[in-house]
Design a binder for this molecule. Structure first.
Ligand code: NAP
Ligand code: ZN
Length: 335
């Protein structure tokens, strides 16, 4: 099979031939059809995640078909259409797992494309617990970005406490952000898209946003305040200064909900104190959350806007995502 691997921290993509891997006990082999390229794949490429063992095949926005199951796997069978996301597995027995907080697993937390090889390949082998069932309405390329960009923003929004009619802003219109705008609209929020430059304005409108703020031409905090102050700002940008620039746009009891992995962030304690405001993070979700995301996307017509590349052009595809020019998700297809 073909696989696009990173041989060392900071290394380039190498397209290599590898034997098709066999699933061990509790594992499933998936024949990959499509895999989205997420900004978080830069953690693998640049060695920014502790303890990665190279060579490593990135990719945690996978859609494919179950190809073989390992011993003891009863819930999956060959031919089923499945997705694999960031959350690759957990022990199921520690205190965190037993309370349903799988990301708190201290025993065996696994991340797809980091702890084990991911979806930039013709096949991957994943723990059975990492698989989500994919509705037949979704094509592989349509479904792939929903497995990380989709689940992360959908899950963050639905657990945020914001209620229908509240002013919800999405900061950054990239892979995550353009899906977040659509989910926010479908969940009934008064939705504001915030991005750099005026060219994303018509796109934000097309995605359903009720308002657009060009953060280069306008002060996003001032504009949000004019709209009444945000109950929630979902920050999908990769830059801490861009996040800091919106904090004054939070309304009373407003929350700045961070999903973008910026390096640092400066928040004024007075901003937090005077309006009972908060800053909070949100971490992806599990396979069950992925299934909810896929079903909600089918129900409401939320889709990723994709630029599709064949696996052979992985370097170009990855650079396209990193450039910020992609409208809006780059997806690799294997066939
Ligand atoms: N929390 C989680 O579970 C989770 C899951 C997936 C990804 N992530 C993280 O979420 C972030 C976004 O991922 P993605 O795949 O959506 O990335 P992406 O498609 O590359 O989008 C990045 C966004 O960052 C903005 N941006 C980049 N540089 C900027 C700057 N200097 N100033 C202001 N804005 C800037 C861009 O904003 P414009 O629209 O204004 O151009 C763009 O919308 C990444 O940090 C990723 O690692 C987190
Ligand atoms: Zn991701």
């Amino acid at each position: 099979m073909r696989a696009a691997q990173i041989a060392r921290s900071g290394g380039a993509f190498e397209l290599v031939e590898r034997p098709i891997p066999e699933p061990a006990a509790g594992q499933v082999r998936v024949k990959v059809q499509a895999c989205g390229i997420c900004h978080s794949d830069s953690l693998v490429k640049e060695g920014l995640w502790p303890g990665i063992q190279y060579p490593r095949v990135p990719g945690h926005e996978v859609i494919g078909v179950v190809d073989a199951v390992g011993p003891g796997v009863t819930q999956w069978k060959p031919g089923q259409r499945v997705g694999v996301g960031w959350h690759g597995g957990h022990c199921g027995m520690c205190d965190a797992c037993r309370s349903g907080d799988f990301f708190g697993c201290t025993v065996a937390l696994q991340v797809t494309g980091i702890s084990f090889d991911g979806g930039y390949a013709d096949y991957l082998v994943a723990p059975a617990v990492a698989l989500a069932l994919v509705p037949s309405e979704l094509s592989a390329a349509d479904g792939a970005p929903l497995m990380c960009a989709g689940i992360t923003t959908y899950n963050a929004l639905r657990n945020s406490g914001a209620r229908a009619g509240d002013l919800v802003a999405v900061l950054g219109l990239g892979g995550l952000g353009h899906l977040a705008v659509q989910y926010a609209v479908k969940m009934g929020f008064r939705t504001v898209g915030i991005a750099r430059g005026k060219d994303k304005g018509p796109l934000a409108q097309k995605l359903g946003a009720h308002h657009y703020i060009d953060s280069e031409a306008q002060n996003p905090s001032v504009e949000l305040t004019k709209l009444g102050g945000a109950r929630l700002i979902l920050a999908t940008v990769t830059n801490g200064d861009a996040m800091a620039a919106v904090q004054n746009g939070l309304g009373l009891h407003g929350t700045l909900l961070i999903v973008g992995a910026a390096e640092s962030l400066t928040i004024s304690p007075l901003v937090l104190i005077l309006g009972n405001r908060s800053v909070k993070g949100w971490y992806s979700g599990t396979a069950a959350d992925s299934q909810d995301t896929l079903k909600f996307s089918v129900l409401t017509g939320v889709r990723s806007m994709n630029e599709v590349y064949p696996l052979d052009r992985v370097s170009e595809a990855y650079e396209r995502m990193m450039s910020g020019k992609a409208r809006f998700r780059v997806v690799l297809t294997m066939e």
